[in-house]
Ligand binder design. Sequence first.
Ligand SMILES: Nc1nc2c(ncn2[C@@H]2O[C@H](COP(=O)(O)OP(=O)(O)OP(=O)(O)O)[C@@H](O)[C@H]2O)c(=O)[nH]1
Ligand SMILES: [Mg+2]
Length: 215
Amino acid sequence: MEVIAIVPAYNEEPRIADVLDVLTHIDYFTGIYVVDDGSIDDTSMVANRYDVTTIRHSQNLGKGAAIQTVLDMTDGDYYLFFDADLIGLTKSHVDALIEPLIRSEDIVMSVGTFKAGSKVSVNLAQKYFSILNGQRCLKGCFAKQLPSLSWTRFGVEVFMSKYADIKHYKVCYPVLYNLTHYRKEEKLGFKKGFLYRLQMYKEILYTYMVYKKYI
Ligand SMILES: Nc1nc2c(ncn2[C@@H]2O[C@H](COP(=O)(O)OP(=O)(O)OP(=O)(O)O)[C@@H](O)[C@H]2O)c(=O)[nH]1
Ligand SMILES: [Mg+2]
């Protein structure tokens, strides 16, 4: 059985090691793919210290295109997706994403929901818009059936969820306690981070508006 982890990463040099430290100790992964999407920092160099396949796009093509690159070159039974900037990732989070799919014939995708625990608090967007959460597991048959994700950029999660919706496929939302991530403002400073956030919302909104054309 092929169980593949995909970590899209754009300028995550200071943060990606914490995620790869956990993923590379999970014995059921048959492949871990980091897609460094034209980062201008040393994301690839950090990833290369681990037993993972690092793919580098020479220019930034967006999160959706990064994921598509790996889907095109692999044939997984399960695909697990993790952001490269997670704080507090453990094996139990990974298990919580894949187990419902292994147990159920019908469920094609799990979408993680961040929930505050004793260790972390989560912000409102994380709590109420789990459709945007990047921590997911997809059955291979569903992942391979998806129309191309290459155009979606930050809309990739919305597109996956809307596609499942339209096809009336079953999705579940396991709660991931004590898991959170760095926000753009923390990574880039308030002004740059906020402008980048607006750009992300624009891409998500665009996907909401046009996704039907691509299905
Ligand atoms: N490959 C690739 N990965 C990206 C790109 N943009 C973002 N990512 C990765 O996708 C994940 C989520 O991106 P973030 O910018 O943290 O977005 P977010 O966590 O949804 O948003 P905030 O917490 O609100 O800032 C991280 O691992 C990023 O490195 C991109 O253009 N290409
Ligand atoms: Mg983030």
